[in-house]
Every structure is written in structure tokens, then in C-alpha cells.
Design a protein around this ligand. Structure first.
Ligand SMILES: *Cc1c(COP(=O)(O)O)cnc(C)c1O
Length: 235
């Protein structure tokens, strides 16, 4: 009995978080005079029983940051919901590209030519069009994934040469400090490149991202706040 009660409780917490976030996102965009961005639900470290409440709410766009973890959850969920769009938002090693292409619809972490070439080859092999974002290391951080600003144009050219569909830019700003200048730079660069999609903003900074012109927020911990799994999560 206790377990059932807890499960119901978790479901309702997640659904309330989801609804409240959509509401806040819409209000923030409206107040800033910006279009309302799409909210991608980041479900890394969360199991199927925590994803189902989101599906029940109509959420269909999801993000995972590890290929192997996605392989253990999404094929079964997709059997029941044919209209799911799954984004890879974490780093991708070339030896996982085949699996990634079979599992995901969108790869947001394209950051080097070798990876782009491999993705292009694999989409040809699997006869599946993969939509890509170029991840930019906006803060020039040594340990962080993403293409350097000065290499971005060349990477984009390379992607077009190998017939890879690039839909937008993505970034994770430095953890400390105000992300505003990084968000603004990314949005401006996307506009200059003629790319419509700008993936930026997470639980801690999504309002700033909206005000800076984000078209896609990647929200994880705020969706699961108040559930057992969220203990220690920064929200
Ligand atoms: C985990 C993750 C997110 C979500 O972060 P939260 O702070 O939990 O909202 C967004 N983007 C990437 C790339 C992530 O790995």
C-alpha cells in the first residue's frame, strides 16, 4: 500500500511541476515580448515510471545525455507513444554513433568534424535523417564539450558538405557567473548563420535564456523537484 501511495504522489508532483513550468515559461516569454520556447524534458537518471507522468501530460519532446541509458528506456516507451521526439544532449563518442542514430531523432552535441562525418555516414547507412545542432563551447572552457567560436563556421560548412541537417546551435554556459552575455552571443550567431533553433536554458537559468531569445529549453531537475530522486538537485 505504501509503495502505491508513494508512486501516486511522485506522479502528481511531477505533473504539477510540469504544468507550473509551462505556465512560468509562457508568462516569462510574454513579459519579455519573446516567442514561447519549446520545453524539452531532460529525463537522465530518471526511470520509466517517472517519465510516464510526463507523457500523460502530453509532453513529447525529451532529452537524454547518455546513449546507453537512453537505449534502456526509450525503445519500450516509443512502442506506446509513436510521436515522441528524442534529443541527445550529451557528448557523443564516434564508436556510439550507430546506436545513437538508431535511438535518437536529434543530436544536439555535434562539436567536431570527425563526429559530423561519422553521423553523415551512419544516417546514409540506416536511411534515417538525423537532425543536428552544433554545440558551442561559449565560455571557452577547457574541460567542456563544444566547438570553439573560431571553429564554428568551418564545422557548419563541413556539415553542409556532408549533407548533415543542421537546425540550430546549443550551449551550456559556464556554471558560475551571469549566463546572459553567452546566451545573447549564441542567439546572435544563430541568427547570423540563418539557423532558427537556439537550444539554451536549464532549470537554473531558463528565464534568462528566454529573455535572451532561446527557442528550446532543456529542463531536468526542476521537473522532478520534490520527488525522492531530486534530493540534492540544484533547484
Ligand atoms: C542535465 C542537462 C540539462 C538539464 O539540467 P537541469 O539543471 O537538471 O535542468 C540540460 N542540458 C544538458 C546538456 C544536460 O546534461
Amino acid at each position: 500500500m505504501k509503495i502505491v501511495a508513494d508512486r501516486n504522489n511522485v506522479t502528481s508532483i511531477i505533473q504539477q511541476n510540469h504544468q507550473a513550468l509551462l505556465h512560468t515559461i509562457e508568462n516569462t516569454a510574454h513579459a519579455a515580448g519573446k516567442p514561447t520556447p519549446l520545453m524539452l524534458a531532460v529525463t537522465k537518471n530518471h526511470g520509466i515510471e517517472e517519465i510516464e507522468p510526463l507523457l500523460q501530460q502530453g509532453q513529447r519532446v525529451f532529452g537524454e545525455n547518455r546513449v546507453q541509458e537512453a537505449a534502456s528506456k526509450w525503445p519500450s516507451l516509443r512502442q506506446n507513444f509513436s510521436d515522441i521526439t528524442l534529443h541527445l544532449i550529451g557528448p557523443l563518442q564516434t564508436n556510439k554513433v550507430a546506436l545513437a542514430v538508431s535511438l535518437f531523432d536529434v543530436i544536439q552535441s555535434v562539436d567536431r568534424e570527425k563526429l559530423a562525418t561519422k553521423l553523415a555516414q551512419e544516417q546514409e547507412k540506416q536511411q534515417k535523417n538525423i537532425r543536428c545542432y552544433l554545440q558551442v563551447n561559449v565560455g571557452n572552457e577547457e574541460q567542456k564539450a563544444g566547438v570553439a567560436w573560431e571553429d564554428l563556421d568551418a564545422l557548419y560548412r563541413h556539415c553542409r558538405e556532408c549533407q548533415l541537417t543542421v537546425e540550430g546551435l546549443m550551449c551550456i554556459p559556464p556554471a558560475l557567473g551571469d549566463p546572459t552575455p553567452f546566451f545573447q552571443q549564441l542567439a546572435q550567431k544563430a541568427t547570423e548563420m540563418g539557423l532558427k533553433n537556439i537550444s539554451m536554458g536549464m532549470s537554473g537559468d531558463y528565464k534568462i535564456a528566454i529573455e535572451s531569445g532561446s527557442t528550446m529549453l532543456r529542463v531536468g531537475s526542476a521537473l522532478f523537484a520534490g520527488t525522492a530522486h531530486s534530493i540534492g538537485a540544484a533547484i
